[in-house]
Design a binder for this molecule. Sequence first.
Ligand SMILES: [Zn+2]
Ligand SMILES: [Zn+2]
Length: 125
Amino acid sequence: MIYKNKTMNEKDIHDILDQVQTDHLFMENRVCRVCGVEKSLLADFYKCRKDHTLRSSYSYECKECAKTRVLENYYNDSVGTCDICGSIDTKLKDNICKSCNRALKEFGNNIDTLQKAVLYLERNK
Ligand SMILES: [Zn+2]
Ligand SMILES: [Zn+2]
Protein backbone atom coordinates (compact mmCIF):
# COMPACT_ATOMS: atom_id res chain seq x y z
CA MET A 1 0.00 0.00 0.00
CA ILE A 2 1.37 3.41 -1.00
CA TYR A 3 0.75 6.60 0.91
CA LYS A 4 1.35 9.40 -1.58
CA ASN A 5 1.80 12.06 1.08
CA LYS A 6 3.82 10.03 3.52
CA THR A 7 6.84 12.36 3.51
CA MET A 8 4.87 15.59 3.72
CA ASN A 9 3.87 17.34 6.89
CA GLU A 10 0.36 18.48 7.73
CA LYS A 11 0.87 22.02 6.44
CA ASP A 12 2.26 20.92 3.08
CA ILE A 13 -0.62 18.54 2.65
CA HIS A 14 -3.06 21.27 3.50
CA ASP A 15 -1.60 23.72 0.98
CA ILE A 16 -1.79 21.19 -1.79
CA LEU A 17 -5.18 19.91 -0.88
CA ASP A 18 -6.61 23.41 -0.97
CA GLN A 19 -5.96 23.32 -4.70
CA VAL A 20 -6.65 19.80 -5.71
CA GLN A 21 -9.63 19.18 -3.41
CA THR A 22 -10.52 15.53 -3.19
CA ASP A 23 -9.22 14.45 -6.60
CA HIS A 24 -6.13 12.91 -5.08
CA LEU A 25 -8.22 10.82 -2.71
CA PHE A 26 -10.13 8.99 -5.40
CA MET A 27 -7.32 6.54 -5.89
CA GLU A 28 -6.55 6.19 -2.20
CA ASN A 29 -7.26 3.10 -0.23
CA ARG A 30 -7.35 2.57 3.49
CA VAL A 31 -7.07 -0.61 5.48
CA CYS A 32 -10.00 -0.85 7.85
CA ARG A 33 -8.83 -1.03 11.45
CA VAL A 34 -11.62 -3.41 12.36
CA CYS A 35 -11.90 -5.97 9.54
CA GLY A 36 -8.42 -5.41 8.08
CA VAL A 37 -9.70 -5.21 4.51
CA GLU A 38 -8.25 -2.58 2.18
CA LYS A 39 -11.03 -0.47 0.72
CA SER A 40 -11.56 2.77 -1.21
CA LEU A 41 -11.15 5.76 1.11
CA LEU A 42 -13.86 7.87 -0.49
CA ALA A 43 -16.39 5.15 -1.24
CA ASP A 44 -16.09 2.86 1.74
CA PHE A 45 -15.24 5.07 4.71
CA TYR A 46 -17.45 7.60 6.44
CA LYS A 47 -16.25 11.15 6.81
CA CYS A 48 -15.91 12.06 10.46
CA ARG A 49 -14.70 15.63 10.05
CA LYS A 50 -15.81 18.53 7.91
CA ASP A 51 -12.70 18.82 5.77
CA HIS A 52 -13.24 16.11 3.17
CA THR A 53 -9.92 16.89 1.48
CA LEU A 54 -7.86 15.25 4.21
CA ARG A 55 -7.19 11.56 4.67
CA SER A 56 -7.44 12.10 8.39
CA SER A 57 -11.03 13.29 8.03
CA TYR A 58 -12.12 9.79 7.18
CA SER A 59 -13.01 7.15 9.68
CA TYR A 60 -10.56 4.35 10.51
CA GLU A 61 -13.27 1.74 10.24
CA CYS A 62 -15.04 1.00 6.94
CA LYS A 63 -18.73 1.71 6.42
CA GLU A 64 -19.59 -1.96 6.85
CA CYS A 65 -17.85 -2.16 10.22
CA ALA A 66 -19.33 1.16 11.32
CA LYS A 67 -22.83 -0.11 10.52
CA THR A 68 -22.21 -3.38 12.32
CA ARG A 69 -20.97 -1.57 15.41
CA VAL A 70 -23.91 0.84 15.49
CA LEU A 71 -26.42 -1.98 15.04
CA GLU A 72 -24.77 -4.07 17.75
CA ASN A 73 -24.91 -1.17 20.17
CA TYR A 74 -28.53 -0.57 19.28
CA TYR A 75 -29.53 -4.16 19.92
CA ASN A 76 -27.45 -4.40 23.07
CA ASP A 77 -29.37 -1.50 24.46
CA SER A 78 -32.79 -2.62 23.46
CA VAL A 79 -32.95 -6.42 23.74
CA GLY A 80 -32.73 -8.32 26.99
CA THR A 81 -34.70 -9.40 30.03
CA CYS A 82 -37.59 -7.28 31.23
CA ASP A 83 -37.09 -5.89 34.76
CA ILE A 84 -40.74 -6.38 35.63
CA CYS A 85 -42.15 -9.52 34.03
CA GLY A 86 -38.83 -11.23 33.35
CA SER A 87 -39.49 -12.14 29.73
CA ILE A 88 -36.18 -12.85 28.05
CA ASP A 89 -34.71 -11.78 24.70
CA THR A 90 -37.38 -9.19 24.38
CA LYS A 91 -37.20 -5.65 23.05
CA LEU A 92 -36.69 -3.25 25.90
CA LYS A 93 -37.33 0.38 26.49
CA ASP A 94 -35.85 1.70 29.75
CA ASN A 95 -35.18 -1.93 30.79
CA ILE A 96 -38.76 -3.08 30.54
CA CYS A 97 -40.69 -4.76 27.72
CA LYS A 98 -43.41 -3.34 25.55
CA SER A 99 -46.29 -4.91 27.50
CA CYS A 100 -44.98 -3.68 30.83
CA ASN A 101 -44.40 -0.25 29.36
CA ARG A 102 -47.97 -0.25 28.14
CA ALA A 103 -49.29 -1.49 31.49
CA LEU A 104 -47.46 1.24 33.37
CA LYS A 105 -48.79 3.80 30.96
CA GLU A 106 -52.34 2.53 31.55
CA PHE A 107 -51.76 3.21 35.24
CA GLY A 108 -50.41 6.63 34.41
CA ASN A 109 -47.02 5.55 35.86
CA ASN A 110 -48.67 6.16 39.23
CA ILE A 111 -47.02 4.20 42.07
CA ASP A 112 -49.99 4.64 44.39
CA THR A 113 -52.43 3.25 41.85
CA LEU A 114 -50.08 0.38 41.04
CA GLN A 115 -49.71 -0.54 44.73
CA LYS A 116 -53.48 -0.56 45.05
CA ALA A 117 -53.61 -2.79 41.98
CA VAL A 118 -51.22 -5.20 43.69
CA LEU A 119 -53.35 -5.23 46.86
CA TYR A 120 -56.47 -5.77 44.78
CA LEU A 121 -54.88 -8.72 42.99
CA GLU A 122 -53.73 -10.27 46.28
CA ARG A 123 -57.18 -9.87 47.82
CA ASN A 124 -58.82 -11.53 44.85
CA LYS A 125 -56.41 -14.42 44.44
ZN1 LIG B 1 -14.09 -2.93 8.05
ZN1 LIG C 1 -42.22 -7.06 30.86
